[in-house]
Design a protein around this ligand. Sequence first.
Ligand code: ZN
Ligand code: ZN
Length: 364
Amino acid sequence: MADHYETLGVSREASPEEIKKAYRKLARQLHPDVNPSPEAAEKFKDVTAAYDTLSDPQRRQQYDLGDAGGAGGGFGFGDIFDAFFGGQGSRRGPRSRAQRGQDALVRVDLDLAEVIFGTHRDIEIATAVRCETCEGSCCAPGTSPTTCSTCGGAGEVTRQVRSVLGPVVTSSPCGVCQGYGTVIEHPCDTCHGQGRVRSQVTLPVDIPAGVDTGLRLHLPGQGEAGAAGGAYGDIYLEIRVREDETFTRDGDNLLATIEVSMVDAVFGTTTTLPGVDGDIELEIPAGAQSGDVLTVRGRGVTRLRSPIRGDLDVTLQVRTPTKLDHKQKDLLKQFAERDKHPLTPGLIKDQPGLFSKLRGKFGR
Ligand code: ZN
Ligand code: ZN
């Protein structure tokens, strides 16, 4: 991009009025309404960009500081200002080309069984890897960066600029080497001088038992390769646990609810619940009530980074029969007639004969 002052045809010391006047004059010649040629349109764009910068005192000052003369190469001044005044504070001297790679957040969905026992996943990620041709040096094989002749390797040039306080000597990043102090004359063909290339990689990850939704596993140095041989970024693996049909999780414990027939609740029974790690035998005691909880020790979730496993709490829900035939209704009516204390649990033990009959009728 041409120098803004040259574009407007004014001196570097031009006053705001002179800049405005120069812009108006050029705009009258180049405005698309006046001059439809593509060259004029291009020039008009440049002139407007120059005016936008130079008419704003702050941007003009920044431009004056950042423009080291014949910048070329199309780099943004913003980058350099970030590097010098943001990223690296007030540090002076050549800056390093090497930049740390980006961190990446990767989500992984797990089943409950994987959470209980831990799991291994091969995760596909789109990332950047170090260039194998130049090994991150950015230079074609057999070549190396040469010291910048403009700044002598300092990465910055000093010059006198106009400021509101009068002329001051200021140093600014060297525009030729972009502040690096060296120039790469023969960039690596493979990575176009970036020192890294985009790639799809498979990342093997061991996920420990006991993780939960929202937990982020930090995998340092497993992320994107840095530019110009810079350090690798990190990967954060964010866990999401899929809902299970049978079990819900409560910390290290698992919760489940099972239905028990009225008759099984009365007489007690054994049943099996298909667990994530094999069948779980449940002993339902005689006289079980809806809402009773059976605790099975050690069949919950493994605690993170520990061998301890939580418990499984099974809540019983007694199912009241809804479709009864005549015989069943008669039997229940007989039961009701003899049931003097319908809300007293002790009743169950007093009526074994009747319940034996009921058991055969209702099944399980
Ligand atoms: Zn390379
Ligand atoms: Zn330089």
